[in-house]
Design a protein around this ligand. Sequence first.
Ligand code: TMP
Length: 215
Amino acid sequence: MEKTLNPKKKGMLITFEGGEGSGKSTQIQILYDALKREGRSVFLTREPGGTKLGEKIRDVLLDRKNASITPLCETLLYMASRAQIVEEIIRPELEKGKIVLCDRWLDATVAYQGYGAGVNVKWIEQVGKMTTGFVRPTMSLFFDLPVADGLGRLRGKRALDRMEKKSVYFHQKVRNGFLAIARREPGRFRRIPLQESDTIDQVHAKVMNILRDIL
Ligand code: TMP
């Protein structure tokens, strides 16, 4: 039988955000493995992507050949992938009582397309409410590594995708967007300050420290 630490708790959504090369995808996998080992009922997914259709949209969005995509078109494609994953995966998993871990969420659209690319943030939030069907994360973690360090980690490893290739200035604006969300919603959107020298285990300990109360 599945062990549940707190059987009264219903499903909850926890999302991970951060700049390029911040290590959030490594950390979400480590958290997933840790919760699984504890016998928790947990589901890991990502967006854009997470569904067959969403992964196709992801390919379009990250393809360097699509450099001419407009900010509005880009915004709507991220929203389209999200609309699909919410109804196909996230809501059903939450209804089963699972802890759903999602690598990125609507906050990324606010930060990247809103603060980064200049799309109206209020409009993004409105469309976002419809797109997410009012599903809201219980908690969101923002992995805040200095922009130059994050981009530096990626360089030389592999060909950068369309978003990673954008200027340092763009990525600074994205970070400002995440910081603004953290100021507006300090209870939900929790900043984890990171340094280049932090080990994977040290960052995981910070994650567990923040999530302990809700888990
Ligand atoms: P990833 O880095 O989490 O794999 O996400 C893929 C890229 O898409 C990353 O550069 C962030 C970007 N992104 C947006 O620009 N807007 C969004 O709404 C989402 C979910 C991701």
